[in-house]
Write a protein that binds this ligand. Structure first.
Ligand SMILES: [Zn+2]
Length: 141
């Protein structure tokens, strides 16, 4: 097993596990290597830094877990983005129309001011703040 440090065009760094460096190259050329954060397949190999593990295994596992959690969160976010309709800055208006049955019921996303979001919640309309990283916005719009 070979652990390689990889990076996608959006600057996400992650580790890939391969049987050998050749295995990585063959998978990469067939676009089988995918960034776990944004799904880009144009990944490149970073020069791997020597791994100095002086203070025990737990130190090196913690950041790996954090990255894994981030990757999972990004995947969940992507799903939300794919299943919702982007209404941009008409979000508050559209959310009201749906709530009052003036528009077909569906999941929407968009931008709104904190004041508008609070007003919507007071009217009984569910609003969920969604921190969308800029890297995810572009391919979907
Ligand atoms: Zn990426």
């Amino acid at each position: 097993m070979k652990v390689l440090d990889l990076q996608c065009p959006h600057g996400h760094r992650f580790e890939g596990w391969f049987a050998s460096a050749d295995d990585f190259e063959s998978q990469q050329s067939r676009k089988l290597v995918e960034c776990p954060i944004c799904g880009a397949t144009e990944v490149s190999r970073l020069p791997s830094a020597p791994r100095l593990n002086l203070s025990g295994a737990s130190d090196s596992e913690a950041p790996a877990r954090a990255e894994q959690m981030q990757a999972q969160m990004m995947r969940a976010l992507r799903e939300v983005l794919e299943k919702t309709e982007n209404v941009g800055d008409r979000f508050a208006e559209e959310a009201r129309r749906i709530h009052y049955n003036e528009a077909p019921a569906r999941s929407i996303r968009g931008v709104t001011t904190p004041e508008d979001a609070r007003a919507l919640v007071e009217e009984g309309i569910e609003v969920m703040p969604l921190p969308v990283p800029a890297a995810l916005k572009e391919p979907l719009q």
